[in-house]
Ligand binder design. Structure first.
Ligand code: HEM
Length: 136
């Protein structure tokens, strides 16, 4: 099911983020690993993975909002891929989504639309239902 209002808000907020997106992947990875030191070893090659992981997270959220057909198989694929790295739990994915949303909001500052956090969170919640189903 697509949500045109959320899609518009997500796109508007990405425009507001603008150049402040640069470097976000490295910051996200650094903060995520600091908060989850038990996974330090799982990140064997973070420089190579960080851009892809960040971009594909945002793509999945945008795709979920606009009801794209490929979102379900994308979630299956990334959850399966991650089984090779460690036994991640739903909370790990939830924390990652939260960190991504909060970091974008902080970087965008005053330019960030008022309702954008909630709009991103709705996509995270939808994707989390799929992630949790994959992991159970
Ligand atoms: C929406 C959520 C996520 C998406 C779309 C995603 C996507 C990706 C992608 C595309 C890669 C790169 C794979 C490659 O280059 O071969 C990757 C790597 C990785 N991801 Fe994620 N990821 C997500 C969440 C998470 C979470 C929550 C964790 C940890 C709890 C995690 C841990 C890792 C690890 C350990 C690697 C390998 C990094 C390395 O080689 O250094 N990911 N992820």
């Amino acid at each position: 099911m697509s949500n045109a209002k959320d899609t518009a808000l997500l796109e508007q907020s990405l425009l507001a983020l603008g150049d402040a997106y640069d470097g976000i992947a490295a910051e996200l990875f650094q903060n995520f690993i600091v908060a989850h030191p038990q996974y330090t070893k799982a990140f064997a090659n973070p420089e190579a993975a960080q851009e892809r992981m960040t971009r594909e997270t945002l793509e999945a959220m945008l795709g979920y909002a606009s009801g794209e057909w490929w979102v379900a198989s994308t979630v299956t694929n990334f959850v399966d891929l991650h089984r090779d790295y460690d036994r991640f739990k739903p909370d790990d994915y939830r924390d990652w989504f939260t960190l991504v949303i909060e970091t974008m909001a902080i970087r965008a500052g005053d330019a960030w639309p008022a309702d954008a956090n909630l709009a991103w969170q709705r996509q995270a919640d939808g994707l989390m239902q799929m992630v949790t189903a994959e992991l159970s």
